[in-house]
Design a protein around this ligand. Structure first.
Ligand code: HEM
Length: 150
């Protein structure tokens, strides 16, 4: 596979993971499961893997929201390292993925604050607002990747 195809695939995967995190987050909110892991982070009710993960729907929903964010973070890291290595001369590509990464980091940090502060309304609304910005930035970044040529 050539480097342009890899970059396009990574950008698409990155954006898809953000989409999945947003959709799952909406379900967490709708189900009132935001404190399914208690105010803990990164642990969930004091556990790395909570014993009631598959028996308590609130734990399941909140835990998997975090798991999706965890994998999104690793995919973001892989995509960013690859783009920085292979396309370091493409300023638009570098800038757009760096902005997406910065927003993702803020979003994950906000997620931690939302639970630490027991779903404070302002923090929760900010978590939603930054999610939309992160998704917007990732779509822009993916469209830049789609226009890459070898
Ligand atoms: C990829 C990163 C993430 C994205 C894109 C994301 C996105 C979202 C979205 C869109 C919602 C629904 C908001 C609403 O309907 O008002 C949500 C809810 C929530 N997220 Fe995240 N999230 C991310 C990471 C995290 C992390 C790492 C945590 C926890 C440590 C977290 C904790 C929560 C909680 C507790 C809620 C429910 C809030 C409530 O019930 O008020 N999120 N997330």
């Amino acid at each position: 596979m050539n480097r342009v195809a890899v970059a396009k695939g990574l950008a698409l995967l990155y954006t898809s993971m953000i989409f999945l995190a947003i959709a799952w987050g909406g379900y967490v909110r709708a189900m009132g499961a935001g404190l399914g892991c208690g105010p803990d982070w990164p642990l969930c009710n004091g556990y790395l893997i909570p014993p009631d993960l598959f028996t308590d729907i609130n734990v399941f929903l909140e835990y998997f929201h975090r798991i999706i964010a965890f994998f999104t973070g690793w995919i973001a890291l892989g995509a960013t390292l690859y783009i920085f290595k292979e396309f370091r001369d493409n300023r638009k590509m570098i800038l757009s993925i760096a902005v997406t990464d910065a927003l993702l980091l803020i979003q994950i940090f906000l997620g931690m604050l939302v639970v630490n502060q027991h779903l404070n309304q302002i923090l929760s609304a900010t978590h939603l607002a930054i999610a939309t910005l992160t998704f917007g930035a990732s779509i822009f970044m993916t469209s830049v990747a789609m226009s890459l040529r070898d």
